[in-house]
Design a protein around this ligand. Structure first.
Ligand SMILES: Nc1ncnc2c1ncn2[C@@H]1O[C@H](COP(=O)(O)OP(=O)(O)OP(=O)(O)O)[C@@H](O)[C@H]1O
Length: 602
């Protein structure tokens, strides 16, 4: 029944070329409301950031002071200054520790909150949302986009502040030391700033492209590992390696191109920086020689100039970080703003009146949101009285699964209505509705965990006795007991592989435990051996008792006893009636299907 989401390459990552405008910043800032609960930590972190930056900034002055002592122009002794230096170093270390400690508190906790919210939102979104996205794209929201935000909180923000503080305080200090030399030095800066902005932008675009290419390459890995059986069955290992290699080659080409420009950029900055320093040393030396400036001031000046140069160089990088973060937070906010279909915030309340399970489809028309031009259901009307059983038969692609997906409210109908107990399903709380429906799917999916946990998925919190009783009624007790660990046997990806029939009986046990008014059976297309078939059929008979049941039937032998059979053809009901009525039609569709299956099984 479950169809895999259609994936399209075009929507892999919404473009990230966000300009750092006032608007985009303001929008991205909304993500900071996740920081609010931790604002005390944040304030403390910031305080220590200011203190540690101030102590770092004092190093330049201290080195100047030591030179002053050597020149014999200081009232302090060398030991005094050096001891003070050591004290400052220790204090700086303590400040830095607390800065990191408090910022980590904020970033780790708030980002876990972001991840929780994003996951909570994603899992409650309607099915059609997942058909428009790749799973990899969604997981990268929770992993890499949030990591990007986390980096900003833990590193970038501190760096940004440090650079700005260094820039302003440093400039004030050097102005104070010698305005002439400062003006001389500042002459080199505009060149660097213009180059930084120009190159920075360009390099960022290139890196972004390389990142996209890497994401594309990862999609190959993800898809093929997920469906490794298919790859192997078609012996397409070589083909996939080739596909991955060519995707990787694109990554390498792009990254190398970006690296070339980054190399030019960095060497230019280094050249300009040291060129500036040489110029400053030359001019400063002249000032010292003419007696306009003491040598220790020149040394202090040079150290601060280096500080300032470093922060200007770093600002370009930080700008890129900020841009990336805006992109990341916009993508996260986009998901957070989606409309969920399930409310997980308020406690679920029990329905005031239990559902009886009367189902009616009235002239239901439907197109999948991903393919609005193709009408899959073209006016389906059917009724099932409470506790009755119907079967949907018809060729593959006729629309059988779609009918039950609409009943589950995975998608809204385009026209017409579906009612349960006379009430439109749109008016139900979606959780209430689905709590009253159990599905035994074609392909039973087991979660990694014990058999007990897998059965309890039908009713979280069920007691051991309830689980065992459900397993017994589902004819599953015997095979479960045959495992040495019994109910604690781990199944799923890393555990014991269960056979198709065993998995189905687990699904039946789940449904028995859930005890819903409405049951949907999607018959497995692959047939089981006679013994398994008997066990499953017996379990199903138990499960179906007193429940409204819709069977998506592939093997007609199993539906002889149902109350009404609906033959679906191209989204319409072509025939309906009991098995006997329909076979009596002679040249009818159902009669032909029966003949066909009969011939095949013969
Ligand atoms: N999620 C989807 N998005 C778009 N089209 C879909 C989706 N699921 C099914 N379809 C299309 O809707 C039509 C009906 O599919 P449906 O799965 O309901 O058929 P079915 O009768 O259950 O077939 P089968 O017996 O093979 O499961 C098909 O043409 C199918 O391609």
């Amino acid at each position: 029944m479950a169809k895999r989401g259609r994936s399209s390459g075009s929507d892999i990552a919404p473009e990230d070329k966000k300009r750092v405008s006032k608007d985009s910043l303001k929008k991205a800032m909304r993500i900071f409301h996740f920081v609010k609960p931790y604002r005390t930590y944040f304030a403390l972190g910031f305080l220590f950031l200011i203190l540690s930056t101030a102590t770092t900034l004092s190093f330049g002055k201290l080195i100047g002071e030591i030179t002053s002592v050597i020149e014999g122009r200081s009232p302090y002794s060398l030991n005094q200054v050096v001891s003070f230096f050591v004290v400052i170093l220790v204090v700086q270390a303590i400040f830095s520790f607390f800065r990191i400690f408090f910022f980590a508190q904020v970033s780790e906790r708030s980002m876990a909150d972001v991840r929780r919210s994003v996951y909570g939102k994603i899992i409650t979104l309607p099915i059609y949302f997942f058909e428009q996205r790749r799973v990899g794209e969604l997981t990268s929201r929770i992993s890499s986009d949030v990591t990007q935000l986390q980096d900003v909180l833990s590193i970038t923000l501190a760096e940004f502040f440090r650079q700005i503080a260094t820039l302003t305080v440093g400039t004030v200090i050097i102005f104070y030391l010698s305005w002439k030399l400062t003006l001389f030095m500042l002459a080199t800066f505009p060149v660097m700033i213009i180059a930084a902005i120009f190159f920075g932008n360009f390099i960022r675009k290139l890196s972004r492209k390389a990142q996209d290419e890497l994401a594309n390459a990862n999609v190959v890995v993800e898809e093929t590992l997920q469906s490794v059986n298919v790859v192997k069955a078609f012996t397409n290992e070589r083909l996939e390696i080739k596909r991955y290699s060519s995707a990787l080659q694109k990554v390498v080409n792009n990254s190398l191109k970006a690296a070339k420009f980054r190399g030019v950029f960095v060497s230019f900055i280094i050249f300009a920086l040291f060129g500036g320093i040489i110029g400053v040393v030359w001019y400063g030396g002249t000032l010292v020689l003419t007696g306009e400036m003491p040598f220790s001031d020149l040394l202090t000046f040079i150290i601060y100039t280096m500080f300032i140069g470093g922060s200007v160089g770093g600002l370009g990088d930080l700008y890129a970080q900020v841009q990336k973060t805006i992109g990341a937070s916009e993508r996260i906010l986009e998901i957070l703003e989606e409309q969920p279909e399930v409310d997980v915030v308020s406690e679920p309340t029990a329905l005031s009146v239990p559902v009886e399970g009367r189902i009616a489809f009235r002239n239901v028309r439907f197109s999948y949101p991903s393919r609005p031009d193709i009408e899959v259901l073209k006016g389906i009307s059917l009724e099932v009285a409470s506790g009755r059983k119907i079967a949907l038969v018809g060729q593959s692609g006729a629309g059988k699964s779609t009918i039950v997906q609409l009943l589950m409210r995975y998608y809204p109908v385009s026209e017409g209505s579906i009612t349960v107990d006379g009430r439109n399903i749109q008016d139900f709380d979606v959780t209430d509705l689905r709590q009253n429906i159990a599905v035994v799917p074609q392909e039973v999916m087991l979660f990694g965990g014990s058999i007990k946990e897998n059965i309890a998925y039908g009713k979280p919190g069920a007691t051991d006795a309830e689980i065992m009783e459900a397993a017994r009624r589902a004819n599953a007790l015997e095979f479960i007991r045959s495992f040495p660990e019994g109910f604690d046997t781990v199944v799923g990806e890393r555990g014991v592989k269960l056979s198709g029939g065993q998995r189905q009986r687990i699904a039946i046990a789940r449904a028995i435990l859930k005890d819903p008014a409405i049951l949907i059976l999607d018959e497995a297309t692959s047939s089981l051996d006679a013994e398994s078939e008997r066990l499953v059929q017996e379990a199903l008979d138990v499960l179906m008792q007193n429940r409204t049941t819709i069977i998506i039937a592939h093997r007609l032998a199993t539906i002889r006893k149902v109350d009404t059979i609906y033959v679906i053809r191209e989204g319409q009901i072509a025939e309906s009636g009991t098995h006997d009525e329909l076979t009596a039609l002679g040249e009818g569709l159902y009669a032909n299907l029966v003949k066909l299956q009969f011939e095949i099984t013969e």
